[in-house]
Design a protein around this ligand. Structure first.
Ligand SMILES: Cc1cc2nc3c(=O)[nH]c(=O)nc-3n(C[C@H](O)[C@H](O)[C@H](O)COP(=O)(O)O)c2cc1C
Length: 167
């Protein structure tokens, strides 16, 4: 898939078939996240693969989007390691780039994914559930699976609304 085509055709996918996601695919998605740029190349991202039925169900309880996590074949919880950070804004920007790379990689592999942010309201609960130390700050949960349908539409503002000036 062409990179530009991938950027435009990626959609948030919230319904998945029961088909499992291969471990190699999961590692590829994580690797794509790791190849995002980061300030001073500090690579502050950390990941937890959540696949077991029981832990996935406990994770689902931390968000009102529980049904998405329940339906997912697997989730990847993405954390920033606060002890690896050097600048709040820049490290959080790097984390956004990492998560977007993961979504694009999933799309490129023919999988469906969605960035779950609402769960951040229970960031501490998720961290405790996954047995992680305080330095790990939850950035998102990426929910993954084989898409039930690939015909999802989305909208964006017209470029004239966001392009402020051409000087
Ligand atoms: C920071 C962030 C948080 C998000 N949180 C959620 C969420 O909690 N639940 C959800 O279903 N989608 C979530 N999304 C996905 C957005 O709803 C989605 O990207 C947006 O509606 C555009 O749709 P598209 O990705 O299909 O183009 C989130 C996206 C971002 C970037």
């Amino acid at each position: 898939m062409e990179l530009i085509e991938g950027i435009y055709t990626r959609r948030s996918i919230r319904q998945y078939t029961g088909q499992p996601v291969l471990r190699e695919q999961l590692l590829e998605i994580i690797k794509a996240g790791m190849w995002a740029p980061s300030g001073m190349n500090n690579q502050p991202w950390r990941f937890v693969i959540v696949q077991g039925d029981e832990v996935k169900s406990d994770l689902a309880k931390q968000t009102k989007y529980n049904f998405i996590i329940e339906r997912a074949a697997v989730c990847i919880a993405v954390f920033v390691d606060r002890s690896a950070m050097y600048n709040d804004v820049k490290d959080h920007q790097a984390m956004g780039a990492c998560i977007q790379n993961m979504l694009l990689a999933a799309h490129g592999l023919g999988l469906g994914a969605v960035w779950l942010g609402e769960i951040l309201k229970n960031a501490d609960g998720v961290r405790t559930l996954l047995g992680l130390p305080k330095e790990m700050e939850l950035m998102a949960v990426v929910s993954l699976g084989h898409p039930v349908s690939k015909n999802h539409s989305s909208t964006r503002k017209d470029i004239s609304e966001v392009l402020l000036k051409e000087l």
